[in-house]
Ligand binder design. Structure first.
Ligand code: SF4
Ligand code: SF4
Ligand code: SF4
Length: 315
């Protein structure tokens, strides 16, 4: 049976209070300057995500925690969507490739560096579990979590997603860059539809695959180009789920609840790293472990090497 009365994390409460005190005033200031309205709206939702929603997660009892995590994710996702649509910037991997192909700098490069290339070395796939605008919809689809990871050709389909992303970058760049007034990564003032169309294509692919395979996170596992890159950059992430194998009763609950089909219990028993590129830090396993054997830690080390672990951050 899952633990229901875990003490609220003081660290999360401090983070949420800081977010409300810093992010919202910053958003209000930016709102006074018309060129930064997109950023102001984005910061408002970021404050909502890391402020009240994260506070709700920190204070909630175990059965309600996943609901609050989804609210954190929804507000965080709206922050990104608002920025993309108001400022007409494609922040996705295709936007990053478009700038690279054009040989120029832009917001999508900074965003990708922070969220996909460098950030995950420290914070793993935190964004996948707590802030993705595709996953915010995928996680409420009535299709369940699938029946285990598919093998065979499914191992390679994410490379197709990456190839599609490069093709999209070429099309996106050639269509909008050549337009009068168009610059790479930032489409013309009257062409917000280009960004919206890109978002729509992602939603159709992600929702379609989830419905076809009966698995909410199918797109994350088999097609998402960003997920493919994250699998590499977060492989040895400092923020990760760790275990104390001595407390583990091998009940298998953690494996059953993992939306990414990670054999958590098996890895705990084998004393190896649990996530290894697939973990989205959703905390499902941590909060449902009946013996408290799992925790989220920040630092190097293997799954069940207590001496090498940094102090646990209880979710
Ligand atoms: S794998 Fe892709 S779609 Fe899934 S949560 Fe991560 S970025 Fe979002
Ligand atoms: S880590 Fe916890 S949930 Fe997983 S098998 Fe061990 S006791 Fe069960
Ligand atoms: S290992 Fe745990 S935290 Fe990571 S994805 Fe699976 S359930 Fe979520």
């Amino acid at each position: 049976m899952a633990r229901t009365g875990a003490a609220p994390s003081r660290k999360l409460i401090v983070v949420s209070a800081t977010a409300m005190l810093v992010v919202w005033p910053a958003a209000a200031l930016l709102l006074l300057h018309p060129p930064t309205v997109g950023l102001a709206v984005s910061l408002f939702f970021a404050g909502l995500s890391l402020g009240p929603c994260l506070l709700g997660y920190a204070l909630a009892r175990t059965p309600r925690k996943q609901l609050w995590r989804r609210l954190v994710m929804a507000a965080g996702a709206l922050s990104v969507l608002a920025f993309m649509l108001v400022d007409r910037i494609n922040l996705d991997l295709d936007g990053f490739f478009e700038l690279l192909l054009a040989g120029t700098m832009g917001t999508a490069i900074g965003h990708t560096m922070v969220t996909t290339l460098l950030g995950p070395v420290f914070f793993g796939r935190f964004g996948c579990g707590w802030g993705c605008w595709r996953a915010m919809v995928l996680e409420v689809l009535p299709v369940g979590r699938g029946h285990g990871r598919r093998r065979g050709l499914w191992r390679w389909t994410a490379w197709l997603g990456l190839a599609a992303s490069v093709v999209a970058a070429v099309l996106y760049g050639s269509v909008w860059h050549l337009q009068p007034g168009g610059v790479p990564g930032h489409v013309r003032g009257d062409s917000v539809g280009a960004v919206a169309a890109g978002i729509l294509v992602y939603y159709v692919a992600a929702i379609g695959l989830a419905l076809a395979l009966g698995d909410q996170r199918a797109f994350c596992k088999y097609l998402c180009p960003t997920g493919l890159v994250l699998r590499l950059t977060s492989r040895r992430a400092l923020l990760h789920v760790a275990a104390n194998a001595e407390l583990c009763t091998d009940c298998g609950t953690c494996t059953d609840v993992c939306p990414m089909d990670i054999p958590v219990a098996e890895r705990v028993q084998a004393h190896v790293r649990i996530g290894a590129g697939d973990c989205i830090l959703c905390q499902c396993c941590v909060i449902n472990c009946p013996s408290g054997a799992l925790s989220t830690t920040f630092g190097p080390g293997h799954a069940a090497a207590p001496k090498a672990r940094a102090g646990p951050i209880r979710a």
